[in-house]
Design a protein around this ligand. Structure first.
Ligand code: V0D
Length: 236
């Protein structure tokens, strides 16, 4: 039986920070702060495991509906993350990238993100890709707009394959998602990478993001490598 399939692209919905904090009578923001530490831990382990792309759902287009105070707090997390871990990211040869829209993101946060992308662009290792102000449906609509413009302005053919359409997506240069992990009990995709997860394996864990350990993460990857993916076909 064909095993040891490779795991190139892992995507994670980092859920349960607020609930985890509340359970121990702390503010939701405390959960977010601990959550940032775990972004570092999981990213380092993913890199050590040879994963090519790790996409983390940091901020969805729906997250703007949260209380302003919490949104403002969240927007400071990238800076905290880079102040603490930039040196380590460089040492580990990790590249930072983003998918999502800059619009509505505060200018100072934008500056921090753009600088991190620029400074790590010399690296050649794992891509740590943050979905930031990201929505899966929105990504597909923007790709359709871009394609339409290409037809109108550059005489792009109306004939279009799935692979060609993929190149118009923000995630167009990444391999498709092999494995999607969601922490903290909910069993939904929540408008994450819709197109990219067409054949992804899914793992829904009860553990909250701040208590999801690197060893549990590695166990998910090893479990994945044992799974038999058929892509709608039958076994060879
Ligand atoms: C809060 C759990 C790292 C999820 C993790 C603003 C909720 C901690 C980043 C980050 C967040 C984003 C971009 C970047 C570097 C770091 C982050 C947000 C929330 C949304 F380039 N953690 N983190 N961003 N949380």
């Amino acid at each position: 039986m064909e095993k040891n399939q490779s795991c190139r692209h892992v995507a994670i919905i980092m859920d349960g920070n607020g609930r985890w904090a509340k359970k121990q009578n702390r503010e939701r923001t405390f959960g977010h702060t601990i959550g940032v530490e775990n972004v570092r831990n999981i990213a380092i382990r993913a890199n050590d495991l040879g994963i090519e792309v790790l996409t983390l759902y940091a901020f969805s287009t729906e997250n703007w509906k949260r209380p302003l105070e919490e949104v403002n707090f969240l927007m400071k997390l990238p800076e905290i993350f880079f102040k603490k871990f930039m040196k380590e990211l460089m040492e580990k040869n990790i590249r930072i990238r983003m998918i999502g829209e800059w619009e509505h993101v505060p200018q100072d946060t934008r500056d921090i993100l753009e600088r991190a992308i620029r400074e790590t662009s010399v690296n050649t290792g794992m891509i740590l890709n943050f979905a930031f102000n990201y929505g899966g449906k929105r990504e597909i609509v923007l790709a359709a707009q871009k394609y339409a413009q290409d037809v109108r302005d550059n005489g792009r053919a109306l004939e279009l394959t799935e692979d060609e359409f993929t190149t118009y997506l923000m995630s167009g240069e990444y391999p498709p998602v092999d494995l999607m992990i969601r922490t903290s009990g909910e069993q939904r995709i929540s408008n994450f990478l819709l197109w990219e997860m067409a054949y992804a394996e899914m793992m829904f864990l009860d553990v909250a993001w701040p208590e999801f350990t690197t060893d549990e993460f590695e166990a998910c990857i090893r479990d994945f490598m044992q799974r038999d993916r058929r892509y709608g076909g039958v076994k060879a």
